[in-house]
Design a protein around this ligand. Structure first.
Ligand code: MIG
Length: 753
């Protein structure tokens, strides 16, 4: 019926004319998603879901009177004489394309580089924007959140960023413009109203968020079109979910992957065995060990150096027996060496990037190397098969994709390096640079999918849509308190960009981690979506057992807490996959109407039921905690805190501020040390009640628990269970919503809080 109505002439696309010249189009995909463009970007290299809402037309009111384009509930979309679009909510303008005449038209692309400012050689590049849109910043209080993995606080106002995947080994600081990922999505709040913007282009894009002129912000790009999505909604959660529909669904990875990962560049065989011993003898929870680049022979991908690890196959079998999977690193660069199978095959089949008609050579870990052209299906298929064979041959459970910005040791890849697609069309580096990691991840993920397994793949670089194929981590942080502090906004911002299964190196990658830093970092990140302790070669060892008994005991207690809360974390992953809900979020995501949350960088929500306010400073033993609306109960002391208030809470070394919403039902396991489905036969439900509160006086929130086999893609065919639990203070009730998976739970028990 709705379809008929559309054909009856209710347009969802408006073309605006200026001096009789067509210069702007407004396409309404649904009441919350509006595409505004002069010409559309070619988005064929990454798939967006551009489906239109079927019954959208019913809410589409007017295209002529007073230049009101459309009106949905409280929202009015208008266009002025210069064709600038604006949005009003209840009559208040809060989104507007900026029309001032004080906008500069070019920028100097000069990396924030003190050496350059102090007179050393400068590398300047004047950027003239072909695509450029300016947006009004109405007041100094407007805040801007987003752009993926960029460091520092949530609010990015007044800074400038560049979406260009970059391998940045130096200290990531607050003004770093480019990191490993390019995610052109952000949200703006003005006076309690919110909107989102997404610029669908893989070309290098500048985001200036009021750095030069506080009256406006803009995106600009040397190539690409004036074309963006405006996302409307009541608050951040609406906007994130609408954005997610456009770019998702993200990967739903295995239950096991959510266990603890331990890594270092690079473990020897003896060190690896020592780790396993700790897992087995001390019951230290662990699911994966990572082998970094030294396991390869001369850094040749898909090879093993037997002098380093004598027998990888039996080593990984030994680990698997005790519940620990092996993940190996994979770089894209293929060593230039005749007689090396991968090199010979891809050279013979035109499988590498080219420049001026010949294979392009730069250097990475193996020395001179070529870059596989993942944009060609034949190359992807070949490397998917190579990955599958390698995993099979050595018993490998997961693949960690590194260096895929792509990184290069002999200067950046020139913009005219060529990657031909399947039809032989040339794709230049400047267009596909930000997509290289996505195509590599997709290639590797396919090795799992072919076998009906959920991918256990990790990537460093990424584009907006890359979460469809892989998990990720945020690259080379350092063992600094600053980087511990940065981890929360960084992980939560990635989570608000449809990229939930994200991690930072716990303990810090570069430099030396101290005992106190490791303890505080482990406490603060223990419930992040993907948990891995990883460190650099030559840094101090930072495994939980590398310091002293106290450190080990504290860390182990938190690892155990992660494993005990695993059903909750797994449910969060399922929800993230379903609708883009963040697993870790800023307080303002759930409480945007509480102004105190808008600049809160040191507390996060783990789903809706847990609030985490950890210690993030050396020597600190207590901290101020802001509690949003509701009543919050300390998970360890059971003390109750009233919402919309601040308290000072003591947190000795080994204590962290972890609070549950009173009335929550938390699904839990007890005492597992690896996530082996065979060991899981009981689900516990823990009703959260504050000290001294009679559970019968609490309104417990119903809780929906998801269950499946934890590893296959069968859930895509509906083979899973969803059970809603409710509790009246005495009795637990369970209602099955769907139940096609034969449950592993022999019993569901109440676990007293
Ligand atoms: O040039 O493989 O971010 O996690 O340990 C450095 C060695 C290459 C960078 C990764 C890091 C990894 C390291 N790699």
């Amino acid at each position: 019926m709705a379809k008929n109505r559309r054909t009856q002439g209710m347009p969802t696309r408006v073309e605006l004319l200026k001096n009789n010249k067509l210069s702007k189009n407004i396409e309404i995909l649904n009441p919350n998603l509006i595409r505004i463009f002069e010409k559309k970007n070619d988005t064929s290299l990454f798939s967006l879901n551009l489906e239109k809402d079927e019954d959208m037309e019913e809410r589409f009111l007017d295209i002529s009177s007073e230049r009101v384009i459309t009106k949905f509930g409280d929202f009015e979309v208008k266009v002025d004489d210069c064709l600038n679009v604006s949005v009003l909510k209840n009559g208040h303008r809060y989104f507007e394309e900026y029309s001032g005449d004080d906008t500069e038209i070019r920028i100097i692309d000069q990396v924030f580089d003190l050496a350059a400012l102090e007179g050393h050689a400068k590398q300047e590049h004047i950027v003239e924007f072909k695509a450029r849109c300016n947006f009004t910043l109405f007041s100094d209080d407007d805040k801007i959140y987003g752009l993926g993995d960029k460091t520092a606080h949530f609010n990015r106002r007044d800074f400038e960023y560049i979406s260009w995947n970059s391998d940045e080994p130096t200290q990531h600081n607050e003004t770093y413009r480019s990191l490993y990922k390019s995610i052109n999505f952000l949200m703006v709040t003005h006076d309690g109203m919110w909107y989102g913007l997404f610029y669908p282009s893989s070309y290098k894009t500048v985001w200036n968020l009021g750095k030069y002129n506080k009256k406006y912000m803009y995106y600009g790009s040397e190539k690409g079109e004036n074309d963006y999505f405006l996302i409307l909604g009541e608050g951040p959660s609406d906007i994130v979910k609408t954005y997610y529909k456009l770019i998702g669904p993200q990967l739903f990875t295995t239950l096991k992957f959510m266990g603890a990962h331990q890594s270092r560049w690079s473990y020897s065989e003896a060190e690896a065995r020592e780790m396993l011993r700790h897992h087995v003898e001390d019951h230290w929870p662990l699911d994966f060990i990572h082998f970094d680049i030294d396991y390869m022979e001369d850094y040749k991908v898909y090879t093993v150096n037997n002098n380093y690890i004598s027998d990888l196959k039996s080593l990984s079998a030994e680990f698997k027996k005790d519940g620990v999977g092996v993940i190996t690193i994979l770089d894209p660069g293929v060593k230039l060496q005749e007689g090396y199978e991968i090199y010979d095959y891809l050279t013979a089949h035109n499988g590498f990037a080219k420049k001026d008609g010949v294979d392009y050579v730069n250097a990475v870990w193996p020395g001179d190397s070529k870059y596989p052209n993942y944009f060609k299906k034949e190359v992807r298929d070949y490397l998917t098969a190579a990955t599958a064979d390698f995993m099979e041959k050595y018993g490998i459970s997961g693949i960690w994709c590194d260096m895929n910005e792509p990184a290069s040791f002999k200067g950046p890849l020139p913009s005219d390096v060529e990657f031909a697609d399947d039809e032989g069309r040339v794709l230049y580096h400047d267009r596909v640079h930000n997509l290289y990691a996505e195509y590599m991840s997709k290639t590797v993920a396919q090795a799992f999918i072919q076998k009906n397994k959920r991918p256990s793949v990790i990537t460093r670089a990424a584009f907006a849509t890359t979460s469809r194929y892989t998990t990720s981590w945020n690259g080379d942080n350092q063992s600094l308190w600053d980087h511990l502090r940065a981890s929360l906004p960084q992980l939560a911002t990635m989570n608000m960009s449809g990229f939930a299964m994200n991690s930072v190196d716990v303990g810090g990658f570069g430099n030396d981690c101290s005992k106190e830093l490791l303890i505080r970092w482990t406490e603060a990140n223990i419930l992040i979506p993907y948990f891995r302790n990883h460190s650099c070669k030559n840094s101090r060892y930072q495994e939980p057992y590398a310091f002293d008994r106290e450190t080990y005991d504290i860390c182990k207690k938190y690892y155990q807490l992660r494993y005990d809360l695993m059903p909750y974390l797994y449910d969060l992953q399922w929800q993230a996959h379903a609708d883009g809900s963040p697993m870790i979020a800023p307080l303002f995501y759930y409480y945007p109407e509480e102004p105190r949350t808008l600049e809160e960088n040191t507390e996060v929500m783990i789903g809706e039921l847990l609030l985490h306010a950890p210690i993030l400073n050396q020597g600190q033993r207590s901290r101020l905690v802001y509690f949003p609306e509701g009543r919050w109960v300390d998970l360890f002391t059971k003390k109750v805190y009233e919402g919309k208030k601040e308290y000072i809470v003591e947190m000795e070394l080994g204590a962290t501020g972890l609070f549950a919403r009173e009335g929550a039902l938390l699904p839990m396991y007890q005492g597992l040390t690896s996530l082996d489905k065979k060991q899981i036969d009981t689900l516990y439900i823990c009703p959260v009640a504050g000290e001294g509160t009679d559970p019968e006086n609490i309104d417990f929130l119903p809780y929906t628990n998801h269950e499946d086999d934890g590893e296959s893609l069968d859930y895509e065919r509906g083979i899973y269970n969803e059970t809603v639990y409710s509790y009246d203070g005495k009795k637990l009730d369970a209602v099955k919503v769907t139940g096609r998976y034969p449950s592993d739970y022999k019993q569901v028990k109440i676990l007293p809080f």
